[in-house]
Ligand binder design. Structure first.
Ligand code: AMP
Length: 256
């Protein structure tokens, strides 16, 4: 596996790999089985696989966890090497934002509501970094997790609106044995918080059966979530976001 830190190195390593289809998996690192399931899907869809790790400052608000977001590049690189990833792209901020973050694009209407109500700048930050990463990597296919379901819709819309000609594939949510959606932020959960976190998917599944979203919010608060940002129905999914202490968890399940 080659590690590219600049767009020039990335292009060189791509050329060395020669002909064939390139699949791309963007991540913010602190990799877990969920990320690896995206890599495995990427391998099925293309001849070569590129993964990036970049903790994108523009999608974090000043009070959010940008500084404390887990960073473990060496461990991540070993995991990706084992998955036989061809290129790991690890740019720094000046590679991704040579303009000092001045030139920006806006997320489309898939970004309205849900996450945006609580994180108003989040999806603009996401489309800015993902479009820049797409120009750098120039993949044929890119894989995103359904875990971040609204994000997936925003990316699909961006690629269509800008005729980027990249196929976007949504990968199923990887969960632990209790059904908790795997997330880098699960590393923040204490031993007391973990069993509560594990109820999020259970309560969303119940809401998918009963259609009672208000009841689901009350149940989440009742079992120990400190705050519920939303439980909502959209795109034939029930989506939820809730806080446990300083940790914000999101998840979604299919509507029934
Ligand atoms: P992140 O590093 O959290 O920005 O996530 C990078 C990619 O992995 C995004 O497309 C996420 O939706 C996806 N992802 C994160 N967690 C999971 C999961 N548990 N199952 C499937 N995809 C995931």
């Amino acid at each position: 596996m080659k590690i590219a830190r600049t767009i020039e190195d990335l292009s060189t390593y791509k050329k060395e790999l020669g002909e064939g289809k390139f699949a791309y998996v963007p991540t913010m690192g602190a990799l877990h089985e969920g990320h690896l399931s995206l890599v495995q899907l990427a391998k099925e869809k293309a001849d070569h696989v590129i993964v990036s790790i970049f903790v994108n400052p523009t999608q974090f608000a000043p009070h959010e966890d940008f500084d404390s977001y887990p960073r473990m590049e060496e461990k991540d690189a070993r995991m990706l090497e084992e998955e036989e990833v061809d290129i790991l792209f690890v740019p720094n901020e000046s590679v991704m934002y040579p303009d000092g973050k001045n030139s920006t694009i806006k997320a489309g209407d898939a970004a309205e509501g849900l996450e945006t109500t609580f994180r108003p700048h989040f999806f603009d930050g996401v489309v800015n970094i993902v479009s820049r990463l797409f120009w750098a990597v120039k993949p044929d296919v890119a894989i995103f997790g359904q875990k971040d379901f609204q994000q997936l819709q925003v990316i699909i819309q961006m690629v269509e609106d800008q005729n980027m000609g990249i196929e976007i594939i949504g990968a199923p949510i990887a969960r632990d044995e209790s059904g908790l959606a795997l997330s880098s932020r699960n590393l923040y959960l204490s031993a007391e918080e973990l069993p509560i976190a594990r109820q999020l998917n259970v309560i969303l599944r119940e809401a998918a059966k009963t259609g009672n979203l208000e009841e689901a919010e009350q149940k989440l608060l009742g079992i120990g979530f400190d705050k519920v940002d939303y439980v909502a129905s959209r795109w034939n999914r029930i989506l939820g976001a809730a806080w446990l202490g300083k940790t914000r968890l999101i998840d979604n399940v299919a509507s029934e």
